[in-house]
Design a protein around this ligand. Sequence first.
Ligand code: AP5
Ligand code: MG
Length: 195
Amino acid sequence: MAPIDTSKTPIVWVLGGPGSGKGTQCEKIIAKYGFTHLSTGDLLRAEVKSGSERAKCLTTIMERGDLVPNDIVLDLLREAIVAAAADAKGFLIDGYPREKSQGIAFEKAIAPVTVIIYFEASPETLTQRLLGRAASSGRADDNADTIKLRLKTFLDNNDMVLAQYPDKLKRINAEDSVENIFGQVQQILDPLVAK
Ligand code: AP5
Ligand code: MG
C-alpha cells in the first residue's frame, strides 16, 4: 500500500474497556473532524454477516469475549484503510490494538500512530453501561457472562498495551458526561488538524 502521510492524515487509536464509550465518542469526532472511523469490532461483525470463509471461527471467539487472531483483524483493518486512504482526513482506529503485538504489527504494516486516546472507567461502570445497552444492541456479546469475559480479556492486556506508548498516550476520565468527555477529546484533536 502507498504510505500514509500522517502529518496530513493523523492516525488516532481509540482505546478503552468494553463499554467505555469508544463508539459514542467516535461518532462525535466524525461529526466535527470528518475522520474515517474503523472499529475493529464493527469490521468483525460485518465480516460475520458476510458469511465469508474467514468469518467462520469469529462468532465463537467473540461470544467467548476472546481476541480474534491478529492476522484476521489486521487484514480487515488494512483493507479498510487502503479503501479509504485517498480521501481520508484522519483515521480513528477504534478497539485496536488490544494486545502488545497488535500495536507493533500495525505500525510495521501500516504507519506509526499519531496519538492514542484512552477512555478510562471502572469495571463497575463498564459493566453497568453494557448491561444497559444489552436490551437494544442486538449484539451477541452483550450478555452478563460474555461481558465478564470481555472485561477479563481487556484487563489482562490493557496495561501492557498502554505501557508501550508513554509519549503518545492521552488518558481521559470516561466516567464523565458524553459532552464533557468530548470537550477533552477536542483538546487533543484540535492541535492535530490545525497544523
Ligand atoms: P468491540 O465491538 O470493539 O467491543 P468493545 O471493545 O467490547 O466495546 P463496545 O463497542 O461494546 O463499547 P464502546 O467502548 O464502543 O462503548 P459505546 O460507545 O458503545 O469488540 C467486540 C469484540 O470483537 C471483542 O470482544 C473481540 O472479540 C473482537 N475484537 C475487536 N477488536 C479486536 C482486536 N483488535 N483484536 C482481536 N479481537 C478484537 O458505549 C457503551 C454504552 O455506554 C452505550 O449504551 C452508550 O450509550 C453508553 N455511554 C457511552 N458513553 C457514556 C457516558 N459518558 N456516560 C454514560 N453512558 C455512556
Ligand atoms: Mg464500540
